[in-house]
Design a protein around this ligand. Sequence first.
Ligand code: SAM
Length: 323
Amino acid sequence: MTEPATTTRHGDAIPARPSVVPGAGPARRPGERTTLRLRETGEGPGEPPRYAPEWLALREPADAAARSHDLLDPLRIRLADLPRRAGGLVVHDIGCGTGSMGRWLAPHLDGAQHWVLHDRDPYLLHFAAVGSPRSAADGSRVTVETRRGDVARLTPEALAGASLVTASALLDVLTREEVGALAAACAGAGCPALLTLSVAGRVELTAPHPMDREITEAFNAHQRREGLLGPDAVAVAAEAFGEHGATVRLNPSPWRLGPGQAALTEQWLRGWVGAAVEERPALAERADRYLAERLAACAAGELRVVVHHSDLLALCRPVGGAA
Ligand SMILES: C[S@@+](CC[C@H](N)C(=O)[O-])C[C@H]1O[C@@H](n2cnc3c(N)ncnc32)[C@H](O)[C@@H]1O
C-alpha cells in the first residue's frame, strides 16, 4: 500500500456505476458468488475479484452482530496506554470495502479518531468515504481519508503514526505472503491489529442434511484456490504475528442466521453451493437439488445457519514511542 494516497473527500462524485450482480460466495457462476465482476468490461484474466457493494451492505448487520466484543477491552487498554495526541487515534482499515469496520468500531471507541481506509478497489473507496462514521463513543469527531493500494505492498512506513490496524473479512482472501506483509508492517510500526471475521471453514445448518459435509469440504477447497488461505487464514496470521513477538488473542465471531436474515442467507447459500460445484463439478446435479431444498426452507423461515468465523487481536510490541 505504498502507492500515492488518493484522498476522497465527502461529496466527491461516485464514478459511474458499473454493472453489479449481487450474490454471495466466491463461485464463478454469475449471480452465485461473493466475489463478483463489478465491471464486466475491462477486467482481464488474472485481475483480482471485485466485491459488490450490495453484497457488502447485505452482510453488514450480520457482521456487526458477529464481531467479538471480548477483544475490545484488551484493545482499549492498549490504546489507553498510547501517548495522547491532539488528533486522537489513527486507525488504518485494510481492505475496507465500503467501510463497514469503521462504522462498527468507531462508535465503540472513545476519543477523536482519524480513519485511513485502504483498499485496492477505488470504486469501493468512494462508498467508504461517503458512508464514513461521524462520531466516536463519547461523541468525539471521526474523520476519514482513503488510500488505494494492495496489502502485499503495505510497509511499516505506510503505518507510521498508526494507533491501530483493522481489517474485516479480509484475511481469508489473502495469501500467506500477503498476511506476512500485513504482520510485518504492523510489527514494524509497533501497532496493534484487530482482524475480524475470517472464515473458519465450519458451518452448521438446521436441519442437518447428508450433503452438508461434502459441500463444506468442496467450498473450503475452493477457498484455498491459487494460494489463498481460506479457512487457514487465522492460524497463519496468528503464527505470523507471533513470530514478530506479538501477543495474539482469538475469539469466535459466528454469523447466526435465522428467518430475520433470509435475504443474506439466500445469497450466502447460493454462493456457498455455487463455489462448491465450481470446485467439484461432479456434485452439480445433487447440489442443485440440495440448494433448491435449502432455499425452500429459507423462504419458509425454517432454516437456521451458523457460519463460523474468528476474530484476531494482535498486540504487537510498541516501538520507539509510536504505539
Ligand atoms: C470481503 S471484502 C470485505 C470488505 C470490508 N472489510 C467489509 O468487512 O465489508 C474484502 C475487501 O478486501 C479488498 N482486498 C482484497 N484483497 C486485497 C488486497 N490484496 N489488497 C487490498 N485490498 C484487498 C477487496 O477489494 C474488498 O474490498
